[in-house]
Design a protein around this ligand. Structure first.
Ligand SMILES: [Zn+2]
Length: 337
């Protein structure tokens, strides 16, 4: 006996299976930061990443506008912003950032923050959006640090909050280094929950207090790392109901990384990404993905790891968009799922 016609009708969430993935990826590698020969910041990786994701079906590469001073001032100290723009940072301040000052450096920093702001706006509409740079989580309100001039995620959160596009936000910082800047910026702010899973003995050596810190020992490996991530995501306070998730998908926990030390494999990082996308999907939350760190001895490996995250974003986008639509149509708060 043939099955009744309605047996083939998809459920509401299953409609996502028939929708082509579509993800905006904001790139600012066109704005090159001039660095001296031998500098350890892997400037080339950004252009190579753009080339690596360009042909992925459903990727829409977009150049972001720069963040404005007004937007930066929602997080950063006005005098610090002024010193960055005018090139009057002290030698100590410039050394802590790790880049020689140039007008191009300022442009690049503003474009990178602009990319995360744009990705956050787009994630509201499309479920997921990506900044192919960003994740500059060491930047504090009044100073930069560790290759981070301004804190892109913090500024994006403040911009969207100012426009009442979001209330609460969750930062899932899985770069191998602690998100000390974000932790400090939001330390007294109950609307933003900062989660950092990092290598305990790594930079920054003076850690700040995130809402949830998990510091792992050197050489932790896939199984321990993934267990810790499960535990972290389960430890979010039951009353906390974010409207958006910001994922810092650093490639630097990888075993090939010069600065990482946690010794995750590519498969381990793929599973890490899956857990974060699954988390956003289960709760129907828009997800902003930033690339954060990645300093492979072999840059091809770093680019492949970042590309793997972008591929996961594409695979999950229709499903997360459908879950968000379902939640909104039911008028449920984000926590409902
Ligand atoms: Zn890092």
């Amino acid at each position: 006996m043939p099955a009744p016609a309605h047996a083939f009708l998809p459920t509401m969430l299953d409609f996502s299976l028939f929708v082509e993935p579509f993800v905006h990826a904001f790139s600012c590698d066109q704005f090159v930061l001039p660095l001296p020969t031998g500098h350890r910041f892997p400037m080339q990786k950004y252009a190579r990443l753009r080339e690596a994701v360009r042909a992925l079906p459903g990727i829409e590469l977009t150049e972001p506008r720069p963040a404005s001073r007004d937007e930066l001032a929602l997080v950063h100290d006005g005098a610090y912003i002024e010193r960055v723009f005018l090139g009057t940072l002290s030698s100590g301040e410039a050394r802590e950032i790790g880049f020689p000052w140039s007008e191009a450096m300022v442009e690049r920093a503003c474009r990178s923050v602009g990319a995360t702001i744009a990705a956050a706006r787009m994630a509201q509409k499309e479920g997921i959006a990506v900044n192919l740079a960003g994740g500059t989580h060491h930047a504090l309100s009044e100073r930069g640090s560790g290759f981070c001039v301004f804190n892109d995620v913090a500024v994006a959160i403040r911009v969207l909050q100012r426009e009442a596009l979001i209330g609460a936000a969750l930062i899932v910082d899985l770069d191998v280094h602690q998100g000390n800047g974000s932790a400090r910026i939001f330390s007294d702010d109950a609307s933003v929950f900062t989660l950092s899973l990092h290598a305990e003995k790594n930079f920054p050596f003076r850690k700040e207090k995130s809402d949830l810190d998990i510091g792992l020992p050197d050489g932790a490996g896939d199984a321990r790392y993934l267990d810790a991530l499960d535990e972290a995501l389960a430890l979010l306070p039951p009353g906390f109901s974010p409207d958006m998730v910001f994922f810092l998908a650093g490639a630097d926990p990888h075993e090939n990384d010069r600065l990482g030390r946690l010794k995750l494999t590519a498969a381990g990082l793929k599973e890490r990404d899956r857990k974060v996308f699954d988390f956003a999907h289960a709760r129907g939350l828009p997800l902003v993905v930033t690339m954060a760190g990645g300093y492979g001895r072999d840059l091809d490996i770093t680019v492949a790891l970042h590309r793997q995250t972008v591929e996961a974003a594409l695979a999950w986008q229709p499903h997360i968009a459908a879950a968000i639509a379902a939640r909104r149509s039911q008028g449920n708060p984000a926590q409902a799922a």
